[in-house]
Design a protein around this ligand. Structure first.
Ligand code: SF4
Length: 145
């Protein structure tokens, strides 16, 4: 991919960015899930418009019909931070620098006051879903429980 399109291909077009995410994130996850019955994520339904339909338990048809558990689906951002502080949960230092969502370094920036939680992801894209592809496709192909 880099030989064909260059190191920073993701800045060139949305298609190139999605190709990079597919090769570096989506495909490796597919391989990692091989042989497993279930997986879990930290998705919350209040993170973005695209994640509004996230449910605590899903059948993940995108990944072979495995069970996908999203235990924080109904948690608000504030509830997460309340829990973190109450239980001294270690956090990524970037959160204190206004990175509410952290991805690959070139594709993440700090957010400004009032911006969406995921606005710093692929910050140069204004019309994208702000998703890499790992957590998309359920409405069309899968079903929530
Ligand atoms: S987030 Fe990572 S995988 Fe996706 S385009 Fe950026 S560098 Fe590539």
């Amino acid at each position: 991919m880099v030989r064909q399109h260059g190191l920073n291909l993701f800045f060139e077009s949305r298609t190139q960015r999605e190709t990079c995410c597919e090769i570096r994130k989506v495909d490796p996850l597919h391989r990692a899930l091989e042989g497993l019955d279930a997986w879990l994520s930290g998705l919350r339904s209040d993170q973005s418009r695209e994640r509004r339909s996230v449910r605590p338990v899903e059948i993940d048809q995108v990944h072979g019909g495995r069970v996908k558990l999203n235990p924080l689906a109904g948690w608000t951002r504030q509830r997460v931070w309340d829990y973190v502080h109450a239980h001294s949960v270690p956090t990524n230092a970037l959160h204190a620098q206004n990175y509410p969502s952290v991805g690959c370094a070139p594709c993440s920036r700090a957010v400004q006051e009032g911006e969406d939680e995921r606005a710093g992801r692929w910050w140069w894209e204004s019309d994208s879903s702000k998703e890499c592809g790992i957590h998309t496709g359920y409405e069309e192909e899968g079903s929530g429980i």
